[in-house]
Design a protein around this ligand. Structure first.
Ligand SMILES: C[S@@+](CC[C@H](N)C(=O)[O-])C[C@H]1O[C@@H](n2cnc3c(N)ncnc32)[C@H](O)[C@@H]1O
Length: 246
C-alpha cells in the first residue's frame, strides 16, 4: 500500500495535538451517537473517550503514534471499509478526505457503514484568502482547487449541514491555517513538515516564501497588513464541519 504518511506522518502527533475547542465542536456534531467509526483516524485526534470508537487508518506510521489506551484500529482504506451496512451510529472523517484515492467512493462507503456522517474539511474560497496562501504561497490554492472540500463533501452527504469552525488564536492542532495569528510558527520546518499542503510543495519555493515572511515580520510589513500577532481570539480561516442529519 503506497503510504505518503510514511514521511508526512513523522512527528505528526507532536505537531498536531487535538485542540479542546475543536474537540467540543466535533463532539457536539456527534450528537447522541454511541458508536463511531473514525476513518483516516491517524494518531487518534478527536476520538471521543466516552463513546465506543473504532478507528480506520492505512498508515503504519500513523498507527504507531496512537497513544496507549486509544480506540482499537483496523488497518484499511476508506474506499473499502470492512464493515457491514449501517453498523455505526456515526462515520467520522477529520481532515482526511482530500488524501483518499477515490473520495466519492470513500464517502459512499462512509454512508454505507454509518447512519450519520460528520466530516471536518475546509472551504476552498475562504482558505484561498488566508494570508499565508494569498500573500506567500498562492500555488497552494491552485494545487488544491480540485481537492474534495466543502461543496464536494456536502454534495456526497446530501442533505448536509455546513457549519463554520472558528480557529482559536492558540490552536494546538498545527494544520495549515492553525497559526493564522502566530506567523513565526511557519518559519519552523518541524511545524511545516506536518502540514501536507506545505510538505507537498517544492522545498526551495517554500524556503523562498519563508525568507520573505521572515523579512516582512522583521520590518513590520506583515504587522501592517495583518495586525499585531496575538491580537484576536478566533478567526474563520475556512474550516468547516459537514454533517448529515440523522
Ligand atoms: C491529515 S491526517 C488526519 C488524521 C486525523 N484524522 C487527525 O485529525 O489528526 C490524514 C490521514 O488520512 C489517512 N489516509 C490517507 N489515505 C487514506 C484512505 N484512502 N483511507 C483512509 N485514510 C487515509 C492518512 O494516513 C492520515 O492518517
Amino acid at each position: 500500500m503506497n503510504d505518503p504518511y510514511r514521511t508526512l506522518g513523522t512527528g505528526y502527533a507532536g505537531q498536531r495535538r487535538p485542540d479542546p475547542r475543536l474537540a467540543a465542536l466535533i463532539d457536539d456534531a456527534l450528537g447522541r451517537a454511541r458508536t463511531v467509526v473514525n476513518v483516516g483516524a491517524g494518531a487518534g485526534s478527536y476520538e471521543p473517550a466516552d463513546r465506543s470508537v473504532l478507528a480506520v487508518e492505512p498508515s503504519p506510521v500513523m498507527i504507531a503514534q496512537r497513544p496507549q489506551g486509544s480506540a482499537p484500529v483496523v488497518r484499511a482504506v476508506a474506499e473499502r471499509l470492512p464493515f457491514a451496512d449501517k453498523c455505526f451510529d456515526v462515520g467520522l472523517a477529520i481532515l482526511t478526505v482530500h488524501h483518499w484515492t477515490d473520495p466519492a467512493r470513500g464517502l459512499a462507503e462512509l454512508r454505507r457503514v454509518s447512519h450519520r456522517q460528520v466530516v471536518l474539511t475546509w472551504d476552498h474560497a475562504v482558505m484561498s484568502r488566508f494570508w499565508l496562501v494569498a500573500d506567500y504561497l498562492p500555488e497552494i490554492a491552485e494545487a488544491e482547487r480540485e481537492l474534495p472540500e466543502r461543496d464536494f463533501i456536502a454534495e456526497h452527504l446530501a442533505p448536509a449541514r455546513v457549519t463554520e469552525v472558528p480557529v482559536p488564536h492558540d490552536c494546538s492542532d498545527g494544520f495549515l491555517a492553525a497559526y493564522w495569528n502566530r506567523p513565526h510558527a511557519y518559519l519552523d520546518p518541524a511545524a511545516r513538515a506536518s502540514i501536507s499542503s506545505l510538505a507537498k510543495l517544492d522545498p526551495s519555493r517554500v524556503e523562498q516564501a519563508m525568507r520573505r515572511l521572515r523579512a516582512d515580520l522583521a520590518d513590520g510589513t506583515w504587522q501592517e497588513r495583518h495586525g499585531r500577532p496575538g491580537a484576536a481570539d478566533t478567526a474563520d480561516v475556512g474550516y468547516r464541519l459537514v454533517s448529515s442529519p440523522g
